[in-house]
Design a binder for this molecule. Structure first.
Ligand code: ADP
Ligand code: ZN
Ligand code: ZN
Length: 738
């Protein structure tokens, strides 16, 4: 009998696997799927992941190469994650090897050992004495020795800072033979005693029934949607379910949308639990990421908190998965492997047989629909916990009122009154910069991006015009480049402009701007929030960065300068996003004693969706929006896949998509209505960063019909002669039709 062949996934966009023989001296029958091997590939070497062993290869005997090295004794991905990656690759029509690359930490992709090496532990020598005469005039060394002496098992190298042990003092102690460094393999520390560092709050009735409903599903797949208004105590429910998980000897995985929520959330968890927490986000170094991943996979970290890609973190003993702010668009990756971490969390919970908790004050229409269909248990929290009252909404009709830098006179008065009462104001405008357009008053010239079909945004403070799509930057022209007149005017309003106006109107109060420009510097955000937390009256003005997770107890007035964009847009998800933003921003207000007021400036004060939202709340809005989607046959009542293409020449992208459309129609056969092929059409912004963009949309009432088409169709596309001249990608379940 011949030795089995190893079938590997390699980091390559090609959607196929590659066959190799086992490395010399290695018994291939002992290799489990999920181990990494180093293999020759062309003239390079790659690190691949073993997917299966097969008896025969299509590759001719003499061309079959041997892997050069086996990198793991144990699979780097446990079976459930391996299965999740396979499912992901097939669902999103992505190469499996590339899917592993997204899932694995960088260092593992590069072939670093997956198991942790030895740890360095600092220990006091048994004979060391604090009254050693050599320490008489070395107080820092004496202090360090005293600290070490209190820890008979020694202190890990990684934790020296936490114990305020200076490396130079330790080194001097080491030279004197008073301390030693030992190396040992890390072991999972046994947990003794209590998991809680601080007492839990007594859950109210709604929280308790949500808690019980999730707990009843421990040990099996049990998806739940926790729909709780902002401040209703969702986080407290998470915390108590995590405590249950820890007590059962299991781990919890918590996904959060953004890194800037990380420290806050982490702090809340760290204060509550006597447990090790691994935090995974894009700001980690490769080494830190690997260590967090290992701590989770080996079971050292009982709680894993992270952004989107943390979904792929291995867990030794999975017990519970939580997706906080499940509606947030940042769970969808918009490049390469275009997965949705919330959707994959559902699949992961199924594979791991654990309960899944999706939480939000403004659940996505998809999740609400799943709950209505009985696929998720719907758990509602309708009251704010801790006594705060829900904010009051008001639509402020600004038709034919003068708007100065986006602010109407009645709003100006309200802001003044709020500040005078010693309270804080939050002003929301989802557009950064000073003005979205610079216009010549004489000839109508507009500042356009040379590389995109887009206007340049004026950034007054930097005296620059910037493109928010490709980051092109240029200085301000002194005169109109077309007619040479000097009357160039900013048109429209961004946060910088409203900030300037508010400073002028309310010179006695601090005006703090929060957007990507003002918080670019490290620590800027923290300093800003520290000012707000002090509680003195002030105005916060900012973009959606303000909407996320923060808690501003002294804000009692929230002003939304412009809600109309979300009601006009061609994107069918725009109104859902607008509603979520408004409710999330509103949720920042009045979280303490004083009740909050939310004022929405609009030219569409009678728009049914806006009326529903402000008078009856998010769920009434969502009902209305869902029935509109049903009538229009839009998601979640149909399923989409978007084929995007771009090229330096417009014709190339469109020609490719034309061919793609006819190939899809051929595969579908005549008169088959299971999948509709729409387009190709130019992308809403046709030119971006110098490339011409077009797209083709596939829409199907049933997911199965769409996915039956996608696999073979993509193979057709890969073989099209024109497919190499254009850059193209498929987006399954796109959330932006751009
Ligand atoms: P959410 O996550 O839904 O926004 P939080 O869990 O942050 O809500 O709770 C909002 C506030 O209410 C917090 O200050 C929290 O400490 C408090 N809180 C939550 N649950 C309770 C409870 N059962 N009793 C008293 N206060 C609570
Ligand atoms: Zn001009
Ligand atoms: Zn541009």
């Amino acid at each position: 009998m011949t030795d089995p062949i190893l079938r590997l996934a390699l980091p390559s966009p090609l959607r196929r696997l590659f066959d190799y023989r086992a490395p010399a001296g290695c018994d291939p029958t002992l290799l489990e799927p999920g181990v990494r091997l180093r293999v020759p590939f062309g003239r390079r070497e790659l690190v691949g992941v073993l997917v299966e062993r097969v008896a025969h290869s299509e590759v001719a005997e003499e061309r079959l190469r041997s892997a050069s090295a086996l990198l793991d004794r144990q699979p780097v991905l446990p079976p459930a994650l391996l299965e999740l990656c396979r499912w992901t690759a097939s669902y999103y029509q992505h190469s499996l090897g590339d899917t592993f690359s997204w899932a694995l930490p960088n260092l593992l992709r590069q072939g670093e050992p997956a198991e942790r090496g030895e740890e360095r532990i600092w220990q006091a020598m048994p004979h060391a004495r604090l009254d050693d005469p050599r320490l008489a005039r070395a107080p820092r060394q004496r202090q360090a020795l005293a600290t070490l002496a209190q820890h008979p098992h020694g202190i890990n190298q990684n934790l020296l800072d936490q114990f305020q042990l200076a490396r130079d003092s330790l080194k001097l102690l080491h030279d004197k033979g008073l301390v030693e460094v030992i190396r040992r393999r890390p072991s999972v520390p046994e947990h003794h005693g209590a998991w809680l560092l601080q007492p839990e709050l007594a859950l109210n009735a709604e929280q308790r029934s949500a808690f019980e409903a999730v707990r009843a599903g421990f040990g099996r797949f049990h998806p739940c949607l926790l729909a709780g208004v902002t401040g209703s105590g969702k986080t407290e429910v998470y915390l108590q379910l995590i405590r249950e998980t820890l007590e059962a000897g299991k781990q919890a995985l918590v996904l959060i949308p953004e890194i800037n929520l990380g420290p806050q959330t982490l702090e809340r968890f760290a204060r509550r639990f006597n447990a090790r927490i691994a935090l995974l986000h894009s700001g980690l170094t490769d080494r830190e990421r690997l260590e967090a991943w290992q701590a989770a996979g080996e079971g050292h970290a009982q709680i894993v908190i992270g952004t989107r890609s943390a979904l792929f973190t291995p867990l030794k003993t999975p017990g519970l998965i939580i997706v906080d702010e499940e509606h947030d668009a940042s769970y969808k990756q918009q490049e390469g492997l275009r997965y949705h971490a919330r959707d994959l969390a559902v699949m992961r919970a199924r594979l791991e047989r654990v309960p899944l908790l999706l939480g939000s004050a403004t659940p996505s229409l998809e999740s609400l629909h799943n709950a209505e269909q009985g696929r998720y248990a719907l758990l509602r929290l309708t009251q704010r916990a801790g006594g705060a009252r829900a904010p009051r909404f008001e639509r402020l009709d600004v038709r034919s009122r003068p708007l100065d830098s986006g602010i109407s006179p009645p709003l100006q008065r309200l802001i003044g009154d709020t500040l005078a009462a010693g309270q804080q104001v939050l002003v929301f405008l989802n557009r950064r910069g000073f003005a979205p357009t610079l216009l010549c008053h004489d000839c109508g010239w507009q500042a356009l991006c040379p590389r995109c079909d887009a206007r340049l945004t004026l950034h007054q403070r930097h005296q620059q015009l910037r493109c928010h799509h490709c980051d092109h930057r240029q200085g301000l022209p002194a005169a109109c480049p077309q007619c040479r007149h000097v009357d160039l005017r900013p048109v429209g309003v961004g946060t910088e402009r409203s900030e300037e106006r508010l400073r002028l109107l309310f010179p006695d109060f601090p005006v703090l701007r929060v957007d990507r420009d003002s918080t670019a510097r490290k620590g800027a955000m923290e300093r800003l929030f520290a000012t707000v937390q002090r509680g003195e009256p002030c105005i916060l003005i900012g973009t959606q960065m303000l909407a996320k997770g923060h808690h501003f107890p002294r804000v009692t007035l929230v002003a939304i300068l412009d809600a109309d964009g979300g009601l006009f847009s061609a994107d069918f998800r725009a109104s859902e996003r607008m509603a979520q933003l408004i409710v999330q921003v509103a949720g920042r207000a009045g979280r303490a004693e004083a009740p909050g007021q939310v004022v929405i400036q609009t030219h569409l004060a009678d728009h049914p969706l806006l009326v529903q939202l402000t008078e009856q709340g998010y769920f009434a809005f969502a009902e209305q929006a869902l029935s509109e989607r049903r009538a229009a046959g839009l998601p979640p009542f149909s399923h989409l896949a978007l084929l995007r293409a771009d090229a330096y020449q417009a014709e190339q992208a469109e020609a490719f998509l034309d061919q793609a459309a006819s190939l899809a129609e051929q595969r579908l056969g005549d008169g088959d209505a299971a999948v509709q092929v729409l387009g190709p059409v130019p992308a809403p912004m046709e030119r971006r960063a110098g490339r011409h963009r077009a797209q083709l949309l596939l829409q199907a009432p049933a997911r199965a019909a769409l996915h039956r088409l996608l696999g073979p169709w993509l193979l057709d596309l890969e073989n099209l002669p024109g497919s190499r001249q254009v850059r193209w990608s498929l987006d399954v379940d796109p959330i932006d039709l751009f």
